[in-house]
Design a protein around this ligand. Structure first.
Ligand SMILES: [Zn+2]
Length: 330
């Protein structure tokens, strides 16, 4: 294992904050604490405490990367919008930098997850889609995260594949986005719709009893062979395949990786998605790509945030060195 400068990764989730040190493509000394969502100062206190806890064991880090489930303006590390955690408007890079006295890099958690997968797969060109409550994504191209001009880029879930499809459930004015078709939210919407007025079916019985059908219940029903639930996953797989074909054509990745909570049920839809994408993607690009479920384990968020810090700190150092040399040459 190479021993570069110590960098820490912080994975800020809706329920827990995890902090650990990056060690190759693994994390060590990981500590976890519940996320205090009652206010931004308290949440910042929690992040700071986690970093200090790991630093006390391993020493002062050279940089800290932070992954948050939010839209981030990358240069300033400012959280623009955040659904589940109270950080909207907080210039996280500056605030944590001040508290901790080390360089801080902040990015969207889906981007961090894509970095972690790229490292695990030893690939420099991947597209990662995370299917959870919503649909997120990250694109790693030539070993670096693609962010667009302000860091808000690669919202792969908000790409419409059915122009007059269902309204997007996210904070998005579009219709028929992947998030409107392939997210946990979309699955629950469609399962509930399918169950309504059909009490003699399994989904219908669940609807009768609870007034809705949860994603978990659709997964279990499909795994046990329920035809309605299987149909829902079949359709989800089709739509996902349409999306994958588009991303393959645009980015020409080496790997397409499907992560997020729903990917644990990948057996129910991934092959369908691959078959659909195979009929749609440009052949020369398709034959060079592999589509798989994500490998990242419980520490993927910490690893991704650590990799973010390692990559960006290295880039900043190289840039500073180049600038010094240019000054010297004058
Ligand atoms: Zn959308």
């Amino acid at each position: 294992m190479e021993s570069g400068p110590l960098v820490l990764g912080v994975d800020v989730g809706g329920t827990k904050v995890a902090v650990g040190a990056l060690a190759g493509s693994e994390a060590r000394e990981v500590v976890e604490h519940p996320t205090d969502t009652s206010g931004s100062e308290l949440l910042l206190d929690g992040i700071e405490a986690g970093v200090r806890e790991v630093s006390e064991k391993l020493g002062q880090p050279a940089a800290v990367g932070v992954g948050v489930p939010s839209q981030i303006e990358f240069a300033s590390g400012t959280v623009l919008t955040s659904v589940n955690i109270p950080l909207a408007g907080v210039p996280l890079r500056e605030v944590l930098g001040h508290r901790l006295g080390v360089p801080i890099y902040v990015d969207n958690d889906a981007n961090c997850a894509a970095l972690a997968e790229a490292e695990l797969l030893e690939s420099k060109n991947i597209v990662m889609l995370t299917l959870g409550t919503g649909v997120g994504g990250g694109v790693v191209t030539d070993g670096r995260i693609f962010r667009g001009s302000h860091g808000l880029g690669a919202e792969l879930g908000h790409f419409s594949i059915i122009a007059d499809g269902p309204p997007c459930p996210g904070n998005c004015p579009n219709r028929g986005c992947l998030e409107a078709l392939c997210s946990g939210t979309a699955l629950e919407r469609d399962a509930t719709e399918l169950g309504k007025g059909r009490p003699d079916t399994r989904l219908g019985a669940i609807y009768e009893e609870h007034g809705e059908v949860t994603g978990r219940e659709v997964v279990v029903a499909a795994e046990e062979g329920d035809p309605d639930a299987r149909l829902l996953f079949e359709r989800l797989g089709n739509w996902l395949g349409v999306g994958i074909a588009g991303y393959v054509n645009v980015f020409e990745p080496e790997r397409v990786v499907i992560g997020g909570g729903l990917s644990r049920a990948a057996d129910l839809f991934l092959q369908r998605a691959v078959d659909e994408a195979a009929t749609r993607a440009l052949p020369a690009l398709w034959e060079r790509v592999t589509v798989t479920a994500a490998r990242g384990g419980a520490d993927a968020g910490v690893i991704g945030a650590g990799l973010l810090a390692a990559h960006e700190a290295e880039r900043d150092t190289a840039q500073a060195k180049a600038e010094t040399e240019t000054e010297g040459a004058r």
